[in-house]
Design a protein around this ligand. Structure first.
Ligand code: 2AM
Ligand code: CA
Length: 257
């Protein structure tokens, strides 16, 4: 699976994700057999989350002992090397995971001085492995990725996450829907961004997101020729909580509305 053009850091991120992914597949299978209360189910998933994150962290730390970490479960760990930080989402699409829907992933990004330099997204169920590094393009299982070239909004399919939680955006959303734009809320912001990078979705629009949900997907979308801003067209930075990522062609069209 590991190809020659993958930078060493991506090889290490891939190895970590595939190791953790094997156990996640087993957990996903076990879930189906669990006929238990929602509390027990919740605990089971939290355990899977925590364990996956631990495997990822230990695996990355072995090769990069001085880097810092920003993690969904364990929080922040300051490294000796203040310039380099891994950002980990052990299961993005937790709700899908709990419901037995095979649409979730492991997402890891690497920050270099607050800019995203590398990212991987791995869906262990479909065995889709996405990676991107600054200046090296976006890839899915050894194939170079390119965003879609759809320009007419009515032909587009846009991934959405928590748009209705932002009151100012409900009108925009309804207007777009009335004008035949199709939306999907598929439950994993990371996979939505990977889908923008691979041209399946034409854009992704989301609010109330954390850095670990979107960091890996952002470098994938950018390296595949996409545009990423906040939902107001401002420059996206690592403190932003909302995002519009698109194939570039429709970016200003969505924002104009
Ligand atoms: P999660 O699966 O790791 O919780 C769902 O639309 C997307 O939003 C998922 O990527 C989900 O990540 C993310 N998300 C971030 N914060 C969330 C929250 N407070 N509640 C639900 N989903 C959240
Ligand atoms: Ca997440």
């Amino acid at each position: 699976m590991i190809t020659n053009n993958q930078p060493p850091i991506i090889n290490i991120m891939e190895k970590a994700a595939r190791t953790a992914g094997k156990k996640l597949i087993r957990d996903f299978g076990e879930l189906e057999k669990l006929q238990v209360s929602s509390k027990t189910l919740g605990n089971f998933v939290t355990n899977a989350d925590v364990r996956t994150e631990k495997i990822l962290k230990e695996s990355l730390e072995y090769h990069y002992p001085n880097y810092g970490f920003i993690m969904e479960e364990e929080g922040n760990v300051t490294g000796k090397d203040k310039d380099n930080t891994f950002v980990i989402d052990p299961i993005d699409g937790t709700s899908n995971f709990i419901h037995g829907i095979p649409h979730f992933c492991i997402a890891i990004a690497k920050l270099s001085n607050d800019t995203i330099s590398d990212g991987i997204i791995f869906n262990p169920i479909t065995n889709e492995f996405y990676w991107a590094s600054k200046g090296k393009g976006s890839w899915l299982n050894n194939q170079r990725l390119r965003v879609s070239n759809r320009k007419k909004l009515e032909e587009c399919v846009i991934g959405a996450s928590s748009i209705e939680k932002d009151l100012n955006s409900i009108d925009k959303l309804n207007f777009l829907k009335k004008n035949s734009v199709s939306f999907r809320n598929m439950g994993s912001a990371a996979l939505d961004l990977a889908y923008v990078a691979s041209g399946k979705l034409d854009a992704f629009w989301g609010y109330n997101l954390n850095l670990w949900d979107i960091a890996a997907g952002i470098i994938l979308a950018l390296e595949a020729g996409g545009t990423v801003t906040t939902s107001n067209f401002d420059k996206w930075d690592i403190s932003s909580r909302d995002i519009l990522a698109s194939n570039s062609f429709i970016h200003s069209k969505v924002l104009k509305i």
